[in-house]
Design a protein around this ligand. Structure first.
Ligand SMILES: C[S@@+](CC[C@H](N)C(=O)[O-])C[C@H]1O[C@@H](n2cnc3c(N)ncnc32)[C@H](O)[C@@H]1O
Length: 324
């Protein structure tokens, strides 16, 4: 059985939900999913609107013109690409691995073969996939947990240097030989080579806070997903749940992370940006509402609901389903 399971966190359970049937297009089974907004009241997403590129936007704590943001972010990731995986371990004390494992497990990618039936596998799009850390886990889970040898992941990223690290990771992998992974250099805000209604699962981990127009990227996610397809995002949050912990964590992140960047990678500025960009990302409620505005059904979705906090709210998982 495949389940892009939308596991209810404590927050999701806070108000009595309505149970709405939907059809998983990967396994063609009917499922139910709890919502506080009835699914027949969901509005279709508004037509795509390209924002004025000279609008001001954030680049960390700086305010810059939107048209400059992608290239500034590009320079950061070109600079960090070769040290990216090592630096992630150092900066998070390895905890990013636990979050990513949890994120992927909660999505349960892949389709369990049913006896005597040829299964197609899922089509997964890992946006801002960088060095392929999430894609590797998605494929490992589909294969080892669900016995699925067909599910395919496209690792998409705007940055060729990050993709090149991903290519190295998969160069000698059986997933490459079996044609279960490919790479796409693209801006998440416009994915013209991906057909509408073609993707079962869209993942984005620690990427969306770097996008210039997050709302545009969310609408593009909505477009490419099949009805019943799942949008899943793992991202840092600007504030922890506890103000004391928040103060300690901010001291660590603003003090240690740029310093580690300087000592290990010889690049303080890029790591300063990475820390500042977390502060500029919307709070969980606001981001949950942006996902809903793009047209997705969000579990729970009432006050203080609709996402799952990780490690006291250092990071959060957001999910949405494209209505059938
Ligand atoms: C912090 S890394 C995350 C990589 C990977 N998902 C992980 O969790 O290890 C952020 C990635 O977002 C990519 N990115 C930034 N802006 C993007 C955009 N507009 N479209 C696609 N990818 C983007 C960067 O190039 C970078 O590879």
């Amino acid at each position: 059985m495949s389940s892009l399971s939308l596991r209810a966190s404590k927050r999701f359970k806070a108000t009595p939900p309505t149970f709405t049937p939907w059809v998983c297009h990967a396994c063609r089974q009917r499922r139910t999913f709890a919502f506080t907004t009835p699914f027949n009241q969901q509005q279709p997403p508004p037509p795509q609107q390209q924002q004025q590129d000279d609008n001001p936007t954030h680049f960390g704590f700086e305010t810059i013109s939107s048209s400059l943001k992608a290239s500034r972010v590009g320079a950061v990731f070109s600079s960090v690409a070769s040290n990216y995986d090592t630096m992630n371990d150092l900066m998070s004390l390895g905890i990013h691995r636990l979050w990513k494992d949890h994120f992927v497990r909660s999505l349960n990618p892949g389709i369990r073969p049913t006896s005597g039936k040829e299964q197609e596998g899922q089509r997964i799009l890992d946006i801002a996939g960088g060095t392929g850390d999430i894609a590797q886990r998605l494929l490992d889970h589909a294969t080892t947990i669900n016995g699925d040898t067909k599910t395919h992941v496209t690792i998409s990223d705007i940055n060729p240097a990050m993709l090149s690290e991903g290519r190295k990771r998969f160069a000698a992998s059986p997933y490459t030989t079996a044609d279960r992974v490919d790479f796409l250099e693209a801006n998440a805000e416009t994915l013209p080579t991906i057909e509408s209604n073609s993707i079962d699962l869209y993942t984005v981990a620690f990427g969306i806070r770097n996008f210039t127009h997050k709302d545009v990227a969310l609408r593009e996610a909505f477009r490419v997903l099949k009805p019943g397809g799942v949008f899943a995002c793992l991202e840092f949050t600007p504030h922890l749940n506890n103000s004391l912990l928040d103060a300690v964590y901010k001291r660590w992140s603003f003090g240690a992370i740029p310093l580690i960047g300087q000592v290990v990678a010889g690049d303080r500025e890029s790591y300063q940006y990475l820390v500042e960009s977390i502060e500029r990302f919307p709070r969980q409620e606001e981001f949950r509402d942006m996902i809903k505005e793009a047209g997705f059904m969000v579990p729970g979705g009432g006050e203080g609901e609709g996402w799952e906090d990780l490690s006291a709210g250092i990071a959060a998982v957001h999910k949405g389903v494209k209505p059938v």
